[in-house]
Design a protein around this ligand. Structure first.
Ligand SMILES: [Mg+2]
Length: 112
């Protein structure tokens, strides 16, 4: 079996421990985590909306604080996605590898 392209298990273990010591598990239901994830996607969208592709390409140089903010929101999305998959018991490494394989079969490389 090829190396999974994504292994979230260390992050998920860290997030599980973070929630456990704060007794947040009762709040970490799939529904709540999904809504938190959607909220973070909205925060990410706020950064990108109304900015042109050229403005976004230059964001790191032109506005380092906003570039940092962009990274934070991407991290929030990743964190909630990882936590949601953990709570649901979905093996994301296997799911991503399987989906990439299906995509490769669905969209074969063009013949030259
Ligand atoms: Mg956020």
């Amino acid at each position: 079996m090829p190396t999974p392209p994504l292994d979230l298990s260390p992050l998920q273990a860290q997030l599980r421990a973070f929630a456990q010591v704060r007794n947040w598990q009762p709040h970490h239901t799939p529904r709540n985590l999904l809504l938190a994830l959607v909220g973070e996607v909205g925060e990410l969208a706020e950064i990108l909306q109304w900015r042109s592709d050229a403005e976004l390409a230059a964001l790191a140089q032109d506005n380092p604080a906003e570039w940092e903010h962009l990274g934070e929101e991407l991290a929030d999305v990743q964190i909630y996605l990882a936590r949601l998959a953990d709570v649901l018991g979905v093996d994301m490494a296997a799911a991503v590898a399987d989906k990439l394989d299906k995509n490769a079969r669905k969209y074969p490389e063009p013949q030259s």
